[in-house]
Write a protein that binds this ligand. Structure first.
Ligand code: 3HC
Ligand code: NAI
Length: 697
């Protein structure tokens, strides 16, 4: 039929096979091929049933995301699926891998569905700022009922084949060869004289239930949880149409709502987030065939906050890992910390006791470097002091086997200096995890000036194995993420000295979409970290780089954040709910006065510009210096490590969307008003003046 869809007859059964690597996405050629194949099978008098099966690792994983935003090409997916459902011969979809989005929509337009036991099905369109636009919002509720369909469509989370069977999304679970199972199922349909069973014609699951209540509850939940998001409410409206309108009209309503989402800026941002996450794993200048070293065992030096979290990442991935501490007591404490953290997952129900024991069996505590003689990869996570790092790397150099990768989790020290503590700097790389390391997806992979290509390639591969989003970065103070966040945090502090309250700044940034406001974040991580950076900067920075005073004043008053019960907010014992700190206004007023600042009203818009543009300007400097290889890598770092809202695409994407000329003009204004920190990045100036975007680089 075509290169990507073939039609073949096996006796009375027509077999339609999709083969469009890597994920059988429904690009124009697949849509055409499917439509033509189903039409031909319909027209062939010998054919009594049709089996749809896919080659490769998965069933159709959705529409071709690359086509969004481009002129539509016929046949559209809705036309294809409606045609399949209307067919007069029973059709069977054979699902393996992931039937997602348009893939599941194709499957539910087939009359029967069978799935391999390890398959998953779902409608993840909402994660791309969309809604299922090829009948998914009308057909899924007819199979599962409205409440469950709402959960699936609004969360975008896939369900297992077993759950799909229980819900009636699939009819049978299969094992072994896909085609044989499909043919056997179709044979049985023919033998039993079963004809088409069209999902769209079903109404049984829509009746006798209070669907309106389910819709109202979901609307209220989303209003509270995702107020800034465009597509979830539209997903709900589309599902509502499934029980308030006849199928044809419901499909029309779905299409209108889909079109609204398709042109929304949030859709563009979320699709950017999807592709750039995958692009970030590709390292410029690293040949595709760069060898990767075998990592069968690992070790972590330092069993503190980060060390234990990192060790857990390895255990979760099934890789044995040793944790080296200075004393037997510290070693045992580290082991207990790992057990306790897993224990919390068991309490929450996300892990069972057996899995806990299996993971703990992969972690062993040691105190002697001689025990590291055989490990393939070591990650140092000791105190952030160069003298301690020197001791550790000298010991690693003396004890680890040749070819072992020696990594540091340092967050601010010079990796090149650390590498030179060894006689094998080419084996040294930075693996900058984020806290809590066992939870956060981001991993900055720091390429030192002497890091060997295969070490870098291995570090990126390990990131993937640990299910992290690994992004390569160069060496500088704070690498990409923290170097930028410093600018953001400092501006937030200036804002409260100029007239805003922490609650106002946090509120404005949360409205922008940030997962957490900067002050709630400071209270959570402890003000002492920011304070020690501030103190260091006071000693080293030229005088024109002014620094806020609020942290120093708060520290003097013993307010260090949640750990002292008092910070930018106050916390009742045992609670993490931020309440207004009644002592703060006087501290802020004193800080303002001391700097001769007259406090004034600041708008939310101004707060966003001062903080987010500070990120953008530093991001541009980072790009200029080659610390990040592309603007989109910076976005990936912010989306995965700093709670930047995916629907805004990341700071650099956001800057492009606002317009670099607008951003640049504002930064020039801030430079004039607020001095040296705001010197516009040369790259930003150049792009703005040339009418270009970061995305054009
Ligand atoms: N369209 C185009 N390309 C896609 C794609 C899609 N739907 N899904 C994945 N790809 C590409 C990726 O960009 C990547 O390309 P690269 O190798 O050049 O970087 C390649 O396929 C492999 O993808 P992953 O690295 O993500 O592979 P994994 O094996 O880790 O994951 C997957 C596979 C679970 C299918 C994952 O790719 C995924 O979640 N894809 C998106 C699924 C999705 O959102 N589908 C809904 C689309 S919207 C829709 O269908 C609208 C409809 O309702 C009208
Ligand atoms: P921590 O203070 O919680 O843990 C450090 C551990 O190292 C302690 O348990 C200590 O006993 C041990 N240690 C000290 N010297 C040692 C030595 N010579 N040999 C073996 N063990 C030794 O510190 P944390 O927060 O875990 O930080 C560790 C490293 O990770 C630092 O470089 C830090 O900059 C970096 N980092 C920290 C992040 C965070 O949010 N805490 C985030 C990312 C990186």
């Amino acid at each position: 039929m075509s290169d990507v869809v073939t039609l073949e007859r096996k006796g009375a059964i027509a077999v339609v096979t999709v083969n469009n690597p890597p994920v059988n996405a429904l690009g124009i050629a697949v849509r055409e091929g499917l439509q033509n194949s189903f039409k031909a099978a319909e027209a062939d008098p010998e054919v009594k049933a049709i089996v749809l099966v896919c080659e490769g690792s998965t069933f159709i994983a959705g529409a071709d995301i690359k086509e969004f935003g481009k002129p539509p090409q016929a046949p559209s997916l809705p036309d294809v699926v409606n045609g399949i459902e209307a067919g007069s011969k029973p059709s069977v979809a054979v699902i393996h891998g992931t039937a997602l989005g348009g893939g599941l929509e194709v499957a539910v337009s087939c009359h029967y569905r069978i799935a391999r036991k390890d398959a998953k099905v779902g409608l993840p369109e909402v994660k791309l700022g969309l809604l299922p636009g090829a009948g998914g919002t009308q057909r899924l509720p007819r199979l599962t009922g409205v409440a469950k369909a709402l959960d699936m469509i609004v969360s975008g989370a896939p369900i297992s084949a077993t759950e799909a069977l229980e819900l009636g999304v699939v009819d049978q679970l299969i094992e072994g060869d896909l085609l044989s199972a499909g043919l056997a199922y179709a044979d049985q349909l023919i033998a039993e004289g079963k004809g088409p069973r069209r999902t769209g014609e079903r109404t049984d699951k829509l009746e006798g239930v209070d669907n309106a209540a389910a819709v109202a509850a979901k609307r209220a939940e989303i209003e509270k949880k995702m107020p800034g998001l465009f597509s979830p409410q539209r997903c709900i409206s589309a599902v509502e149409a499934a029980f308030t309108l006849p199928l044809a009209e419901g499909l029309k309503r779905e299409r209108e709502l889909f079109a609204e989402c398709l042109v929304s800026p949030q859709r563009a941002a979320l699709v950017h987030a999807f592709f750039t996450e995958r692009l970030a794993s590709k390292v410029d200048g690293l040949a595709k065939d760069t060898p990767v070293r075998d990592v069968k065992s690992a070790a972590v030096i330092g069993g503190g906050t980060m060390g234990v979290g990192i060790a857990m990442c390895f255990a979760n991935a099934g890789i044995p890992v040793k944790v080296l501490e200075i004393t037997a007591e510290a070693r045992d404490k580290a082991m207990q910390r790992a057990r306790d953290t897993y224990g919390m997952s068991v309490k929450r129900g996300s892990l069972n006791e057996a899995a806990l024991e299996k993971r703990m069996a992969l972690i062993s505590g040691v105190t002697d470097y001689a025990d590291l003689a055989d490990v393939d990869l070591v990650i140092e996570a000791v105190f952030e002091e160069m003298s301690v790092k020197q001791k550790v790397f000298s010991a690693l150099d003396a004890n680890c086997k040749p070819g072992a990768i020696l990594a540091s989790n340092t967050s601010s020290l010079d990796l090149n200096e650390i590498a030179n503590f060894t006689k094998r700097p080419e084996d040294v790389v930075g693996l900058h995890f984020f806290s809590p390391a066992n939870v956060m997806r981001l991993l900055e992979v720091v390429r030192g000036e002497k890091t060997a290509d295969d070490v870098l390639a291995t570090a990126m591969a390990i990131g993937k194995k640990l299910k992290k989003v690994a992004v390569p970065v160069g060496v500088c103070d704070g690498f990409v993420g923290n170097r930028m966040v410093f600018q953001y945090g400092r501006e937030a502090e200036f804002l409260v000295e100029e007239g805003a309250t922490p609650a106002q700044v946090d509120g404005a940034l949360r409205k922008f979409g940030m997962a957490m406001g900067p002050f709630a974040m400071r209270d959570l991580s402890g003000l002492d970290i920011g304070l020690s950076i501030r103190t260091r900067q006071r000693q080293t920075l030229p005088a024109e780089f002014k620094l806020p005073l609020v942290l120093d004043k708060m520290a003097e008053a013993g307010m260090l954040g949640q750990k002292t019960g008092k910070g930018f907010y106050v916390y009742e014992a045992g609670s993490r709910t931020p309440l207004e700190n009644p002592e703060l206004p006087a501290i802020l007023a004193a800080a303002s006065k001391e700097q001769g600042i007259e406090r004034r009203e600041l708008s939310d818009e101004y707060i966003i510009e001062r903080t987010i543009y500070a990120l953008i300007n530093e991001g541009a400097k980072i790009l200029e210096e080659g610390i990040a290889q592309r603007a989109s890598d910076i976005d990936v770092i912010y989306l995965n490590g700093y709670g930047f809202p995916a629907f805004q695409g990341g700071p650099m994407f956001y800057a492009d969307a606002v317009g670099l000329d607008v951003v640049y003009a504002k930064i020039c204004e801030f430079h004039e008003q607020h001095g040296a920190w705001w010197k516009p990045a040369a790259l930003l100036e150049k792009l703005a003046k040339e009418g270009r975007k970061f995305a054009d680089l």
